[in-house]
Design a protein around this ligand. Structure first.
Ligand SMILES: Nc1nc2c(ncn2[C@@H]2O[C@H](COP(=O)(O)OP(=O)(O)OP(=O)(O)O)[C@@H](O)[C@H]2O)c(=O)[nH]1
Ligand SMILES: [Mg+2]
Length: 362
């Protein structure tokens, strides 16, 4: 049995993001060719996955051997289903991810968690009245690392009037942090800027929405879809919505692409590499290229172009501080990861040693 020819697949699959490249991928692999039906994960719980197979959306489980893999399917993943109907469908295979938004698992462990897969654009929401620059830098680094394109959405711009705040000033501050990234301003309440967001998602394109709790992510998704698909509610005293989002939903926007809502992450720990950090701090990197010493630490070295730029008021000193902090954090994580891998390796060798000793013993 081989996969259905591309033109015989349900046309709705294309609106979910299925394309020739995905199709060729399963055709070229004898193992996946035998499994007929691609589907996209729209939501996942602890033990069940909602998938859309181009015909309808239903709940399925995964084949046991997939559980042994390090990574189970998450929202946005493409999977292959066995079975011919919704009742006997099971996820048999997880297709390789084109992009993956990954964060470090909350707490002390050095495990990673994939937040969303196969996302083309990540919309980083920043409420206009409560910018947290350090958080935004982290979020942008996370997105650069994922392989998706970051775009910043400054939300709740209608509040500027009520709060007597200067929207242009807030935007300028956010633009100064979002180097090389488009910054849109939106208000889901009065519809301003929604068209610009919609323009990011032509049919088949997936946009994930991230940002702090209460930033208006779910409200924005509802506004794009045109009706309430996700619960949102009044802001509590602690600024979190009453219906704070707890799962990641992938929904289709009529006549457009797909949007994946995510819960506001309270603890945003990085799981990124140096390149992603460079992309976030490209303004500092540009100056750093002109430093006299190529290994300049931008501390007090003579001929440091970064310090000169700060002195000249071209960059904020706080930006250098957060660059250093994130560099330290990543270095720490890498060291911790090395220690863990070394421990696992030692355990493996100890086990193998034991097993071979057992065999040698008469
Ligand atoms: N003034 C104003 N309020 C908004 C706007 N968008 C959302 N809100 C309000 O902000 C609160 C939080 O909105 P949500 O959409 O639930 O926020 P969220 O980012 O999804 O929050 P989590 O799910 O907790 O991560 C709600 O009370 C919304 O009504 C907006 O454009 N303008
Ligand atoms: Mg929400």
């Amino acid at each position: 049995m081989s996969a259905l020819p591309f033109h015989e697949l349900p046309p709705v699959l294309a609106t979910l993001g299925w394309d020739r490249t995905w199709h060729d991928l399963i055709e070229s692999d004898p193992e996946t060719r035998a499994v007929r039906r691609p589907a996209r994960v729209t939501l996942h719980g602890r033990d069940a996955w909602r998938v859309h197979d181009g015909i309808d959306e239903h709940t399925v489980g995964v084949r046991g051997r997939l559980r042994e893999l390090h990574s189970l399917p998450v929202g946005g993943d493409w999977v292959l289903l066995s079975g011919t109907s919704r009742d006997d469908a099971v996820i048999e295979a997880l297709l390789p991810r084109r992009t993956a938004l990954v964060r470090k698992v909350a707490g002390n462990r050095t495990d990673e968690q994939v937040v969303a897969a196969n996302v083309d654009v990540v919309l980083v929401c920043v409420p206009m009245h409560s910018l947290n620059p350090r958080r935004l830098e982290r979020e942008l680094t996370l997105v650069w690392d994922s392989g998706a394109q970051p775009v910043v959405a400054v939300t709740k711009t209608d509040l500027a009037h009520d709060l007597g705040a200067d929207l242009d000033e807030a935007l300028a501050e956010i633009r100064a942090i979002s180097v090389g990234v488009d910054v849109l301003d939106v208000s889901s309440y009065d519809g301003d800027g929604l068209e610009a967001v919609r323009a990011l998602m032509p049919e088949g394109v997936t946009v994930a929405v991230i940002g702090p709790s209460g930033a208006g992510k779910s409200t924005l998704v509802n506004a794009l879809v045109g009706h309430q698909v996700l619960a949102t509610s009044a802001v509590r005293d602690d600024n979190r919505g009453m219906h704070t989002t707890t799962a990641r939903h992938l929904v289709r926007v009529p006549d457009a692409g797909l949007v994946l809502d995510t819960p506001g992450m309270r603890e945003l720990s990085l799981w990124a590499d140096e390149d992603a950090l460079e992309a976030t701090f490209v303004d500092l990197e540009d100056f750093a290229r002109d430093c006299r010493f190529h290994d300049c630490k931008h501390d007090s070295e003579p001929g440091c172009a970064v310090l000169a730029a700060i002195e000249a008021g071209l960059v904020e000193e706080s930006r250098l501080a957060s660059w250093r902090k994130l560099q330290r954090e990543l270095a720490f994580l890498a060291r911790k990861q090395d220690v863990r891998l070394a421990q696992e390796e030692r355990k493996k060798w100890a086990r193998m040693g034991k097993a071979s000793r057992a065999r040698i013993r008469p």
